[in-house]
Design a protein around this ligand. Structure first.
Ligand code: DMJ
Length: 498
């Protein structure tokens, strides 16, 4: 006992005498351990996004190679019967330099036929989705690689879908079976009708196919449909969402909105104009008129926050106080319009582009997960709250932030993108796989639904590209509505608008 007390005393004395040295040693050790950790450069954001792309694509491929989409609870879903995730992802894989994963897709397409297979001939196809995701994807990869496998896939799809345009107005119904040539409207639609986004988002891909093949039939079909839509437009309102393909008229009982069923029609008026040498003044005029109607009818401001709401066709006064995530495609389109054709006679497009991009970014700040909900509600003080609390990890917010960054060069947008990506990693990356979430902001929040192919085609692509200084230049490239790059041509294919 005594000897223990003695040695404690000895140690105390020693510690007292050597206090200075001990402090110095402690500081040195801490510096050796902690500083390298702090100083380690965190991996660049583009690398982090590419890693997420690799692991997410691998998860899809492992379970669903060549099938459409990966279900979050296991298994695969087929609805376009063309291995849509693989084809939608291919140009993103190439841009990110993920060549091995790209080679898997290319080999599968070569061996199995992908969209050339008998499956797709016998299946009832969604024409809009097949066009923007599969044909748009195939055209883009052919443009990047010159590999004829992709062009053959595009031609096979174009040939399969062409007869669907054989209606009185020239616009297809939503669903079409190649083998039986059977046309059908979506179940939720009135007889003989389709959505304006469905019918009005075919031109970029079909025209591109005509340019690539020299065969003008594809462009002629899509041009005729677009002309029918434009001719039938009511002049002073936002385009109605539903079009009767037999009577060539819009149904006027739908509301005014630029969300689901309408969105990409507006986008394509501008992008087809830009994509083919800015020659179709009818497209530009229609675009500018629609922008005027949208800004006059659907903008609402609360406490400094600007949103795009919706309202009935007959309604005067303010639109609803909620905005769909889908509507966030619009600020990027305004910025692109400013870049390419500059002047709107009545509106400062960049003012609206800036305000609305900010709102879209704030949608991601409105949930504890930092993920934007499907739809958000604005309070009188300008704060946003999720009104539909799911997220499918859609691209529109990062798309707007990306386009604004490219058009303005303002570093603020890249900073927002960094914050958004950190939140993606924190809240949506499960075991390396980007995963849609339900019940944002609640303790019951959980993964749900499926990995939509647009996450691979769009969301991850825009995140990647905003962190790169190279990548497509918006002077020479437009993205189709599924983020597949289309080289800007000097003129439309040989067929004039009918
Ligand atoms: C994508 O397929 C396209 O961006 C389309 O225009 C709208 N819906 C999804 C993404 O939200």
């Amino acid at each position: 006992m005594r000897s223990l007390a003695k040695s404690v005393r000895t140690w105390r004395r020693l510690l007292k005498r050597r206090r200075r040295e001990l402090y110095a040693l402690t500081i040195l050790l801490t510096a050796l351990v902690v500083l390298p950790v702090l100083a380690r450069p965190s991996r660049p954001y583009d690398v982090r996004v590419a890693n997420a792309m690799r692991t997410t694509f691998k998860a899809y491929w492992r379970e669903c190679a060549g099938r459409d989409e990966l279900l979050i609870d296991g298994g695969c879903e087929d609805w376009l019967f063309s291995g849509v995730s693989a084809i939608d992802a291919a140009d993103t894989l190439l841009m990110m330099g993920l060549r091995r994963d790209y080679a898997l897709v290319r080999e599968w397409l070569h061996a199995d036929g992908g969209p050339l297979s008998t499956r797709i001939h016998n299946a009832e196809l969604n024409i809009f989705e097949t066009t923007i995701r599969v044909l748009g994807g195939a055209n883009a990869v052919y443009g990047m690689t010159n590999d004829s496998v992709w062009l053959s896939a595009g031609i096979a799809l174009g040939d399969l879908l062409l007869p669907a345009f054989d209606t009185l107005s020239g616009c297809p119904l939503g669903l079409y079976t190649g083998a039986s040539k059977k046309r059908r409207e979506y179940e939720r639609f009135a007889p003989n009708t389709t959505g304006v986004a469905d019918a009005g988002t075919l031109q970029l891909e079909f025209r591109t196919l005509s340019v690539l093949t020299g065969d003008s039939r594809y462009a002629a079909a899509a041009d005729r449909c677009m002309r029918a839509l434009i001719d039938a437009l009511p002049s002073d309102r936002v385009v109605p969402s539903t079009f009767d393909v037999v009577r060539g008229k819009f149904l006027l009982n739908s509301g005014q909105s630029i969300g689901a069923q309408v969105d990409s029609f507006i986008e394509m008026l501008l992008k087809v104009y830009i994509g083919f040498g800015k020659k179709d003044s009818l497209l530009l005029r229609t675009f500018l008129t629609q922008v005027d109607s949208i800004l006059n009818n659907l903008i609402r401001r609360e406490g400094g926050t600007m949103i795009i709401g919706s309202k009935e066709r007959w309604q005067v006064g303010l639109p609803s106080a909620s905005m769909e995530h889908l509507s966030c495609f619009f600020p990027g389109v305004l910025a692109l319009a400013h870049k390419h054709c500059a002047h709107h006679p009545k509106h400062d497009l960049m003012y609206y582009a800036r305000e609305l991009t900010r709102t879209c970014y704030l949608m991601t700040r409105a949930t504890s997960e930092g993920l934007s909900a499907e739809s958000s509600f604005v309070l009188q003080n300008g704060e946003l709250y999720p009104s539909i609390t799911d997220t499918y990890l859609r691209p529109e917010v990062i798309e707007a932030v990306y386009v604004m960054y490219k058009v303005t060069g303002d570093g603020l947008y890249r900073m927002w993108a960094r914050q958004m990506w950190r939140d993606m990693e924190r809240s949506a990356l499960h075991g390396g796989v980007l995963t849609p979430m339900q019940n944002l902001g609640y303790s019951s929040t959980r993964p749900f639904s499926k990995l939509h192919s647009f996450v691979l085609a769009e969301t991850l692509k825009y995140f990647y590209l905003i962190f790169r200084d190279d990548g497509p230049d918006l002077e020479h490239v437009v993205f189709n509505t599924e983020a597949h790059p289309v080289r800007i041509r000097v003129a439309p294919p040989a067929t004039p608008l009918v």
